[in-house]
Design a protein around this ligand. Structure first.
Ligand SMILES: [Zn+2]
Length: 426
């Protein structure tokens, strides 16, 4: 048992309660939350002056691209894709593993406890999940065979991966689809069928750029989201990334089908995709919107604290409306709405009795956290604090970082990623 003592608890429960108190963890679950718990625990962590919050959920990225950080900057998306696809073709299983370790190290150090990944060789990413203790939702990317650098058929690779990793601790295999620009109707529908057959979800890029939308419209007469709805792809198991170029009509189709959207503000701004995902309209129509960093080649970090701030301020700037995406909503997107996007809201995303113990403790005594009160703590987390304020991280009831020291070998990760990364991008 682990007892967290005397912290300011940001529960993210239904009432968004915030109070000073204790959290008792038994095994992988939160056993009790209260103003004062006097229980003999194996391990007590003094959280006086600190913030106890749910671990953040990063719902879109390509974690192993951490090793390709800053190798394709200041390019338009389609030039960016040419550049990264060329590097992709050179990738080895070894650098996918170490790239994943590097990304996970960075995520744990900045407060992420769950992440969604879209890439190939997800079995290497799964190994990194196992070796670090994080929670991974791993979508093996599928696309038409003629466009792939994967060996073998991407759909059968995805299914093989799912079969081999179902029911493993902290690993949730999913089916990925790269996007309408490289996947035919048959590929989309086969991907969905595999997901449904294994009770899992699909994860895919959707309407990220205007070019993608116009080209698809020229080819099929329909915008991507209309087309995906009409071919019967959309469902409650669909998690889309980006959703920048969507009409209100398309948003209604997403809502009607229960499609979730992972919003990636930093990546969209950096790649100059030119649009602003229509968040206020998605909220109005009842679409679940979560938050993602996208990969390190487009962000270039995986800091969800920074992502919350960009999500909040980008829409205020664009709409000339300071009330759009308030701090509480940004924190919701990074926590409980991330859980909803993964249909995991009964298990993760908030600090509530009976849920999985995925908890972070942030230093409440850094200058940017002061003054700290029940009223300022959420805006402080969103607008002023950064990922390096995260002191401890607990995932599935295991302490994976204590006083900013991870429990696995971080030094080797930095060393191997440096060697392999420099080689890959040279
Ligand atoms: Zn992406």
């Amino acid at each position: 048992m682990i007892l967290l003592k005397n912290g300011l608890i940001v529960t993210q429960d239904r009432d968004r309660r915030i109070f000073r108190g204790d959290v008792l963890i038994d095994g992988d679950r939160i056993e009790r939350i209260g103003k004062e718990i006097n229980e003999k625990a194996d391990q007590a962590i003094d959280c006086t002056g600190d913030i106890i919050a749910p671990g953040m959920i990063n719902t879109h990225g390509h974690v192993s691209m951490a090793i390709m950080r800053s190798s394709a900057d200041d390019l338009h998306l389609h030039d960016f894709l040419d550049r990264t696809f060329a590097m992709d073709a050179k990738r080895t299983r070894e650098d996918v593993y170490w790239g994943s370790m590097l990304g996970i190290l960075e995520m744990i150090r900045s407060g992420t406890t769950s992440f969604v990944d879209l890439y190939y060789w997800e079995d290497e990413v799964a190994k990194a999940v196992k070796d670090t203790g994080i929670r991974g939702f791993l979508a093996w990317a599928t696309l038409d065979e003629e466009f792939t650098t994967q060996k073998g058929n991407p759909l059968s690779n995805a299914e093989k991966f799912i079969k081999a990793h179902s029911g493993m601790d902290r690993i949730y295999p999913m089916v990925g689809i790269q996007g309408v620009y490289v996947a035919s109707k048959e590929t989309w529908l086969d991907a969905k069928e595999i997901a449904l057959a294994h009770g899992t979800m699909t994860h895919f890029h959707l309407s990220e750029t205007r070019k993608e939308v116009y080209e698809h419209q020229a080819k099929t007469g329909k915008r991507p989201a209309e087309w995906l709805d009409d071919i019967g792809f959309f469902g409650d198991e669909s998690l889309a990334a980006h959703g920048v170029w969507l009409t209100v009509n398309e948003i209604r189709r997403l809502a009607k089908n229960g499609v979730k959207v992972s919003h990636n503000p930093t990546s969209n701004m950096k790649l100059a995709t030119g649009g602003y995902a229509p968040l206020p309209e998605m909220f109005r129509e009842g679409v679940t919107v979560s938050l993602g960093t996208d990969g390190c080649a487009t962000n270039n970090n995986l800091d969800m604290m920074e992502e919350m701030k960009f999500a909040a301020i980008m829409h205020k700037a664009h709409r000339w409306d300071a009330t759009v995406v308030p701090a509480q909503r940004a924190l919701d997107m990074a926590t409980i709405d991330g859980a909803k996007a993964l249909r995991m809201e009964k298990e993760i995303g908030s600090i509530e009795e009976g849920k999985k113990a995925d908890i972070i403790i942030l230093d409440g005594r850094v200058p940017e956290a002061i003054p700290i009160t029940e009223e300022t703590v959420v805006p402080n987390m969103v607008y002023s604090m950064r990922g390096d304020a995260v002191k401890h991280s607990i995932i599935e009831g295991n302490v994976v970082m204590r006083d900013r020291k991870v429990v696995f070998d971080g030094e080797t990760i930095l060393k191997r990623s440096q060697e392999l990364g420099a080689q890959l991008i040279s």
